[in-house]
Structure formats: C-alpha cells, structure tokens
Design a protein around this ligand. Structure first.
Ligand code: PGA
Length: 258
C-alpha cells in the first residue's frame, strides 16, 4: 500500500521559513534516487499559494489544515472548501484534536459532512481520530475511536478518496507516544471499523500521528497496520522532516529483504 508522510506545520512557521522548507524539501525529493513515501505539506492557509509554487513539478502534494464545509458564503474568518481547492490543495486535515478542542460545537456529524464536502470537491480528507488521556485511562480508547470512525467516515467514497490518521490527543505535542502494542491494537481496531463500514475498508491507509520524531519514526513505521505518519513540530525543520521521510525508506528496505 502507498505510504505517507504528512507534515502538519500548524501555526509554527513564518512565510519565509515555510517557503524555504518547501523549496528545499521538493529539491531533496526530486533528487532522491530511492522510492519515497507520498509527502504532503500542510502549511497555514495564507501560505498555501507560495508553498505550492515551490513544490509544483515535484511529487510533493499540498494539504490544507482545515476548511469550512460551505462552498462560498457569509462566513467571516473562514476558508471554504472550494477556496482551498482553488489554490491547489489536494488533501485536507479534518477532525484534528486541536480543532476539536477549539471548536467544541462541531459534532461528529459536522466532521462527517466536512469530509464528504472535501471528497465532493475532488480532494482527499485526512480524518484524524484519537482518544483523550482520560479515555485511555478508563480503558475506553478503542470505543472512543470506533465511535468517531462510525460517525465521521463519509457515507460514500471509493478507495483512494480517504486517509485516516490515528492521533491520540495525549500524544500530540507532548513527546509521549503509545507503545508499539498500543499503536498496533488501535490500528487493528480502526481497520476493523472501516471494514464494517465499507467492503473496501482494508484499502484505506491508516497513518499514525503524535510526537513522531526522527528517532522514533522507524519504530513507529514498523508497527503493523501503520501506513505512514503525521508529523507536527518535528516536521518544521528540513533535516528532521527529511530524516523521517528516509526512516520510512529504511523500514521498506528491511521489509523487502526480510
Ligand atoms: P506533533 O503533532 O508531532 O507535534 O505531536 C502531530 C499532529 O498534530 O498531527
């Protein structure tokens, strides 16, 4: 299955840093002689256009960190689904825990309709699902994530139109990561739920996100059922991001040899 590295730059970078990173990363990717995972850069909205200028002509893709489900309309301060499409976004992060925290009014249904609108506009939603620290402590991690998958996955889609990311909220920005066993269990549970929803459930890539760094990337990518990673703060420096992309490669080589 296609593997992915999604760099979610959040609100970390100024324009010049985002452009510098995009430009050099695209060059690395173009010059690489090894097969690489699909790399998706998700800058802040105002930098979608300049970042795209630097990556066009490479295999690096552009992702938006979110969008409003409405096509166009009287929504001050929002960026609509058509608008991110217009500036060449191919992917949109949806249901990120930082968005869920800031917009508690957004229901699972809202997230699902957003994912559906993204697909309708020819882009691919990256649906982020995960449990809180409290849910994990109470032994309810799997139920919490299963509920999100059941209620937030678009009703109709074909393989290739959806990515899912398992992102435990307690692992984001904390330098805490789940154990290998915990990651594999959650990915298995997500795969199971996706298969219940659609006969093609097995074909949907499931990424892991939450404190991925150059040191732990290889180990995480080796987990069963993990088809790539979402990288936050450790993906905002060229060397780190490139090391994570290459970690993926090291893991692929081992698989082919073993
Ligand atoms: P982090 O963020 O790598 O900084 O923990 C990951 C994410 O939010 O997807």
């Amino acid at each position: 299955m296609q593997q992915y590295v999604v760099a979610n730059w959040k609100m970390f970078l100024r324009r010049k840093d985002a452009e510098h990173l995009a430009k050099h990363l695209a060059r690395h990717v173009i010059e690489s002689e090894e097969a690489l995972p699909k790399v998706i850069l998700c800058p802040s909205h105002p930098y979608l256009i300049p970042v795209h200028e630097h990556i066009k002509g490479s295999s690096v893709s552009l992702g938006a960190q979110g969008c409003h489900p409405q096509h166009l309309g009287p929504n001050t301060g929002e960026v609509g689904v058509q608008q991110v499409k217009d500036v060449n976004a191919e992917y949109v992060l949806i249901g990120h825990s930082e968005q869920r925290r800031e917009h508690t009014e957004r229901t699972n249904e809202h997230i699902r309709s957003l994912a559906e609108m993204v697909i309708e506009h020819g882009m691919i939603p990256i649906l982020c699902v995960g449990e809180t620290a409290e849910e994990r402590k109470k032994g309810r991690a799997k139920q919490a994530v299963a509920k999100k998958i059941q209620e937030e996955t678009p009703r109709k889609f074909r393989p290739g139109q959806l990515l899912v990311a398992y992102e435990p909220a307690w692992a984001i920005g904390t330098d805490k990561t789940p154990t290998r066993k915990e990651i594999e269990e959650m990915h298995e549970a997500i795969g199971y739920e996706l298969e219940k929803l659609t006969p093609n459930g097995k074909l949907i890539p499931v990424l892991y996100g939450g404190s991925v760094d150059p040191k732990n990337a290889e180990e995480i990518l080796r987990c069963k059922g993990v088809h790539g990673v979402v990288v936050g703060r450790h993906g905002t420096k060229l060397d780190n991001l490139w090391a994570i992309i290459k970690a993926h490669n090291a893991h692929e080589h081992e698989e082919n040899e073993g």
